[in-house]
Design a protein around this ligand. Structure first.
Ligand code: PPE
Length: 306
């Protein structure tokens, strides 16, 4: 259960948590055409709160809206201000931010020409997405029988609500079989992404991650690539196969919610020693310091709210 906060920002106004309601004929509720973001904010060493890579998340939100021809009537600066205001008003030191752009009620059917494009932003407390234990010791994953979207079926650069049906199907399937997270292959059979994370493998100290052709351009993925470069760890953006994943020395998933979560098993095969390896550990440590303002090299990633 999400723990209630005080206020939610909706269409330009701060309203009470329980007032943030929509009509049952809200178009997005029926057909899934709506776009969203997931952003984290952290308490920094000096007891302030800072949003991690807010500008990049807002840029992606506007790109998602552009891809799906949803015209947001608010300027990015307004959504930025609303986000920072929400953190202050709700007095939450750390948490998750969920901007949502959706089509309101009006016409029904598949041509929602004049339905209003509505925008809401909510924040809440969210701990380790794949569990504290997983973050520390690694998770067990399984390749799902569901295939990730072909970019010509449903575009993968937009964070569109409807696309997450695919993620839910995959995740539910593997959780019911006793695993922690689903890995999806692309329509050609190469590794694409997890239900809500990008994927990295490491072999002989070299990182590899799926190229952006048909996966969500993850902001955590981008952060890991920059940290790796600063650590002189080579990183190749290259397609790889399921069996290459099995033979990797290390593997981890990246996402706003999941942060950097080590993978200790894929399809009942141990990855490396079956526990988080040195490359994963060092990237995790630097990432955790960066998001909390403890590494001056990455201060430009933070927008302070308080
Ligand atoms: N791929 C997918 C499909 C995805 O949903 C995410 C984020 C990523 C990659 C990583 O992107 P980024 O957060 O920019 O590093 N997934 C969100 C899912 C959360 C949810 O369950 O809702 C997230 O991490 O916020």
């Amino acid at each position: 259960m999400v723990e209630k906060t005080d206020k939610i920002w909706m269409d330009g106004k701060m309203i009470g948590w329980d007032e943030a309601q929509v009509h049952i004929l809200t178009h997005t509720l029926h057909y899934g055409l709506g776009v969203f973001e997931g952003i984290r904010f952290y308490q920094t060493g000096d007891k302030r709160s800072a949003v991690f890579r807010l500008q990049e998340h807002l840029d992606r939100l506007y790109h998602s809206a552009l891809i799906h021809q949803l015209e947001i009537s608010f300027r990015p600066e307004e959504l930025k201000q609303a986000t920072l205001d929400l953190i202050r008003i709700n007095r939450l030191p750390e948490g998750y931010i969920r901007p949502l752009v959706f089509l309101g009620d009006g016409a029904m059917g598949l041509l929602p020409a004049n339905n209003p494009v509505r925008v809401a932003i909510a924040i809440w407390k969210w701990g380790a997405y794949l569990g504290e234990e997983g973050l520390k010791n690694g998770i067990r994953t399984k390749v799902s029988s569901f295939t990730r979207h072909h970019p010509n079926v449903s575009m993968t650069k937009s964070k569109c609500g409807g696309d997450y049906v695919n993620s839910i199907l995959a995740k539910r399937e593997v959780i019911r079989s006793g695993y922690d997270e689903a890995i999806l292959l692309d329509p050609e059979g190469y590794v694409s992404e997890a239900s809500g994370e990008n994927i990295f493998i490491a072999s002989k100290g070299v990182l590899k991650t799926t190229p952006l052709t048909s996966v969500l351009p993850g902001i955590t993925r981008d952060s890991v690539i920059r940290i790796a470069a600063d650590q002189k760890i080579a990183c190749r953006e290259e397609r790889f196969t399921r069996d290459e994943m099995y033979c990797a020395d290390e593997m981890f998933l990246t996402g706003t919610a999941a942060e950097i979560t080590p993978v200790r098993e894929v399809d009942d095969r141990k990855i490396g020693a079956g526990k988080p390896g040195p490359v994963t550990r060092s990237l995790q440590d630097i990432f955790q310091a960066a998001v909390r303002g403890q590494d001056p090299r990455y201060r430009d990633w933070l927008t302070y709210a308080t």
